[in-house]
Design a protein around this ligand. Sequence first.
Ligand code: UD2
Ligand code: MN
Length: 502
Amino acid sequence: MRRIRANAIAILTVAWILGTFYYLWQDNKPQSSPSSSALLCPPQVTQPPRAEGQSQLLGGLDEKAYLAGKQLKPGDDPYRDHAFNLQESDRLGSERAIRDTRHYRCASLNYDADLPSTSIIITFHNEARSTLLRTIKSVLMRSPPSLIQEIILIDDFSSDPEDCQLLSQIPKVRCLRNGRREGLIRSRVRGANTASASILTFLDSHCEVNTDWLQPMIQRVKEDHTRVVSPIIDVISLDNFAYLAASADLRGGFDWSLHFKWEQIPIEQKMARSDPTQPIRTPVIAGGIFVMDKSWFNHLGQYDTHMDIWGGENFELSFRVWMCGGSLEILPCSRVGHVFRKRHPYDFPEGNALTYIKNTRRAAEVWMDEYKQYYYSARPSAQGKAFGSIADRLTLRRKLNCKPFRWYMENGCCMERWELIEPLLRQQDLCLAISAFTAGSKVKMEPCNAKEPRQKWKPKGTALQHMVSGLCLDSQTPTGPPVITQCRPQMASQSWEPQIIT
Ligand code: UD2
Ligand code: MN
């Protein structure tokens, strides 16, 4: 036992040293990227358009009047309505230069001359005029015009219909207004249904796209229409609107309560990446900014339109894409800035918590198979809450002949690793526990408690033995939930990845 641990520690130490060398090597390479050469030359900056181009860009829109039509009143809290500093956003105006945050090698990549065009879909509910206009203008400024078929705005029943209507004076911009609040999921579906291009591009209403953001994404989707691709999402500060480069070593992840988070690319994968411009496969996408082939979007069932307002649709889409034959990736050479907020600035008619539960329950019930029990363990309050009928989505899953969630877990480069910190087998705050002390009993997740006999495990070769019952963790059949059975450590179903011992 001690030997296994010592070996594991030795392996980890070697991996850590190699990782450190890799970092140093990366940093020492000659770079013209702005991040590492700021002292040597002025930072590379993405320029705003030439002055004479502006009037053409915005067509009939009187930009000054549009922005002046809604201004912060003296004494008002600049964070109140949008959960970001409106005063700073307004002060910036509708365009500005931002740093080109890509790796320097991205600039020398080539894309097909005949890339297909895309319909940009932006849904919003009471977005600030300055952020909304900056989003649209950045798209028009920093995309090859031939790639932009149209920009479809879906005004999700904002208080002032003019926020959207006036913008349709901009060439290529169309405005659709919902007759009632629908939420971002149904709004995006409405936008997708009217889109005329063969490729869909979704954006939030407070973004700024960066240099050459679109070509890498359209190229990947053109080559394989089952790919669903996202940019690296840079951070626009909600306080001062500074544009900050996000790490290029992250991918999407989640915990069992279906809470999205960014996670580091596993070290093995990171070291295998010799080319920093290559796509990063990701288990899930953040949800707001992605490019997808329109017929693939339709074939896979668009979105679950019984989800309301906000939340959960990113998991539902991500599980579905992987399990039904597609893939998800983040493209490091595409960068889009987004204002990340700490709270929702809008109301949820059914309440924030209930809406999130409804949406994530629908995702769990339709897609997670036996793994949904982990969701319920992590989010006990979800039990018994209404989530409507999922019959249509189950039919869709059957019709598309999608793989089981277990496949996704094992092949979709997925969840955080389990940690065996004896005697607990933990994943964040939840620990693996047996439900009864007899052979064949299922295991479940529950809050960790090192004194609880049902949670005590120890390694036995590559198997994991429950200390009190003496039985071993067994994955049984490929689809059934794990159970405990008589230890037979040489059996594949009882053999667990050695990394588990850390
Ligand atoms: C993230 C995603 C967001 C969505 C969400 C989960 C990014 C950058 N953002 O949250 O797109 O996937 O996770 O659901 O990945 N909106 C409406 N109607 C509503 C509510 C919101 O149109 O009832 C609009 C809103 O104006 C915005 C977009 O939907 O343009 C996303 O909302 P958010 O910015 O509040 O979500 P965010 O970025 O926290
Ligand atoms: Mn957003």
